[in-house]
Ligand binder design. Structure first.
Ligand SMILES: Cc1cc2nc3c(=O)[nH]c(=O)nc-3n(C[C@H](O)[C@H](O)[C@H](O)COP(=O)(O)OP(=O)(O)OC[C@H]3O[C@@H](n4cnc5c(N)ncnc54)[C@H](O)[C@@H]3O)c2cc1C
Length: 531
């Protein structure tokens, strides 16, 4: 198989310049990756470009939840909840190494806008709409029950709570592994390749002009249909592809998460904190040795402006957390790290505030030869991908006479857990292999998050014992994972490795500064020079 790494780049570029692709996908976030996978699995020729790393946009900066959207019930969006819970269930099986059940506690206090009985009804309805396909049970709790579960929660005015289940994921890896699947099915991927314009013929888009941000080369990718999946940058990409031609699609908002050491906020499950002033949910989510709290939701005027966690963002999240966990005494000095992401929210003139903007998606033929998808969420990416791919298929049939088969992407597990026996088999085999090779590694635990890739990782460790070493004390990642990421997951820079292939940057107090990256042949990002 062609390598999914920089090694393939020259060959891929040469081949791509001579190919008329069925589809050229702009953006390798969860939407672009999902669409590429869906189309490649239907047997179409697909090229994907991203000006950064796979998942380097919003798709590695989310709340990392695969959820049914309990709060959509407040707005009566029952269909959306049914759809999301169905996809939560699907991903629990198709990406079982990346999607795991996560218990949530929703505490209620006197004077809450949504009283406890209503939360209980909501959670019951949530369970009903999922048709029993839930990651775990739900139950009502007395105040004493809430405090037994989470002793750090504020006691004053506590009226009880509800426990229910959604799922946690690793958003960046979900995106990357989806793209790796697309690649295995024949798609070609060009990271660090920016779309600078459109190729137009007879009033129709026929491809995109790109610039390679590693060596500065400008070249062209030709496609029967171009798919704009550039998330928060949808309008900017429209402007490049169809100058002056597409009315506004999005109103992006910023969401920030703060990471704390787990001992400073020792929650044992996710806690939903409803902010009385704006009635928004903020979550405290356990994350191994850490816990993260988020998110904020504020308008953003320019999605290309540097995306930062401001003191106001930190204050807001500390204030909320301090109210619910008064004994923790958290301050700005406790923040281990943070991330900020841009929500690609669909533009809606009528929405009053950022938090009221609908999260639903928009998929349309934005201009002749151009299909655009925006909005949605990680949870429903397979559905968005199928709908977008179906629209692209209709354009291909109408304009090019191409007969596109139906999607099978929603029935196939990701590569890492696709072999017979799935995750359970991967765990058993990896445990046996680690023991056989005498490696100081819990093979089953490695397989729990890497599926069958754990076997290749263990082989690397057996060949070079230094690769079995942990990258940082107390954290799960091993040196072999960095090597594997460069050779098989198209990691190019230290940031790719520390921020997305692993989460060392967020979780290690030294932010990965002590990790040995020598011998990994990383690429310093090319600095474009404006002539
Ligand atoms: C704070 C926050 C929390 C969230 N929490 C959740 C959650 O818990 N669960 C959930 O299901 N959803 C969640 N979401 C929603 C979800 O993360 C997003 O809907 C999803 O990641 C969007 O993916 P995308 O592919 O559309 O965009 P992106 O991931 O942003 O991908 C777009 C890509 O386009 C590329 N690009 C842009 N311009 C160009 C160009 N000119 N040339 C080439 N490439 C270009 C970018 O580099 C980027 O990689 C959250 C979102 C945010 C912001």
């Amino acid at each position: 198989m062609r390598p999914f790494s920089l090694q393939a780049r020259e060959d891929d570029r040469r081949a791509a310049r001579e190919t008329l692709f069925d589809a050229v996908v702009v953006g390798a976030g969860i939407n672009g990756a999902g669409i590429a996978r869906d189309l490649a699995l239907r047997g179409l020729t697909v090229a994907v470009v991203d000006r950064g790393d796979a998942g380097g946009g919003t798709s590695s900066r989310s709340s990392r939840l695969i959820h049914g959207g309990l709060r959509y019930l407040q707005h009566g969006h029952l269909g959306l909840v049914a759809e999301s819970t169905a996809h939560r269930w699907r991903l629990l099986h198709l990406a079982s190494h990346l999607v795991t059940p996560l218990p949530f506690l929703f505490p209620s206090y006197r004077g809450d806008h949504t009283p406890r009985w209503m939360v209980r009804v909501g959670v019951a309805l949530y369970g009903l709409l999922s048709l029993g396909r839930t990651p775990g049970p739900s139950r009502g709790l007395s105040p004493a029950g809430v405090l037994a579960a989470e002793p750090g929660l504020a006691r004053e005015g506590l009226t009880g709570g509800v426990e229910y289940h959604d799922c946690a994921t690793d958003d960046g890896r979900l995106t990357l592994e989806t793209l790796r699947d697309a690649h295995a099915a024949g798609a070609i991927f060009f990271p660090r390749t920016e779309v600078t314009g459109g190729i137009r013929e007879g009033g129709r888009l026929r491809g995109v002009a790109v610039r390679d941000l590693l060596d500065g080369a400008a070249w062209e990718l030709r496609g029967r249909v171009v798919i704009n999946a550039s998330g928060p940058w949808t309008d900017a990409v429209h402007a490049r592809l169809v100058p002056g031609g597409v009315p506004r699609w999005l109103r992006p908002t910023k969401g920030v998460h703060l990471v704390f050491p787990r001992e400073r906020l020792p929650v044992s499950r996710a806690v939903t904190m409803i902010v009385p002033e704006d009635r928004r949910p903020v979550f405290a989510i356990p994350w191994g040795t850490a816990v993260y709290v988020g998110t904020t939701d504020t308008d953003v005027a320019d999605p290309d402006a540097p995306l930062e966690t401001t003191p106001a963002d930190t204050d807001y999240l500390l204030r909320v957390t301090g109210r619910f966990f008064p004994g923790a005494g958290l301050g700005a000095g406790d923040v281990l790290s943070s991330w900020a992401g841009l929500r690609p929210l669909v533009w809606d003139e009528a929405a009053a505030s950022a938090s009221d903007v609908s999260r639903e998606e928009r998929i349309a033929e934005a201009a002749p030869g151009l299909v655009t998808v925006a909005g949605g969420k990680l949870t429903t990416f397979l559905l968005m991908a199928r709908r977008t791919a179906d629209l692209a298929a209709r354009v291909l049939a109408r304009d090019h006479g191409v007969n596109v088969p139906r999607s099978r992407a929603e029935r196939l597990a990701l590569l890492a857990v696709r072999p017979a026996g799935g995750l359970a088999a991967a765990r058993t085999l990896a445990a046996a292999r680690a023991a056989e090779r005498g490696l100081p590694v819990d093979g089953a635990a490695l397989a729990a998050r890497r599926g069958f890739d754990a076997l290749a990782l263990l082989d690397l460790m057996a060949a070079e014992p230094a690769l079995a070493e942990p990258c940082a004390p107390g954290l799960p990642w091993r040196a072999a994972e960095l090597r594997f990421a460069v050779d098989h997951e198209y990691a190019l820079t230290a940031e790719d490795l520390l921020v997305r292939r692993t989460h060392l940057f967020y979780r290690d107090p030294a932010h990965g500064a002590g990790v040995d990256l020598t011998g990994l042949s990383l690429t310093p990002p090319f600095q474009p020079v404006e002539l």
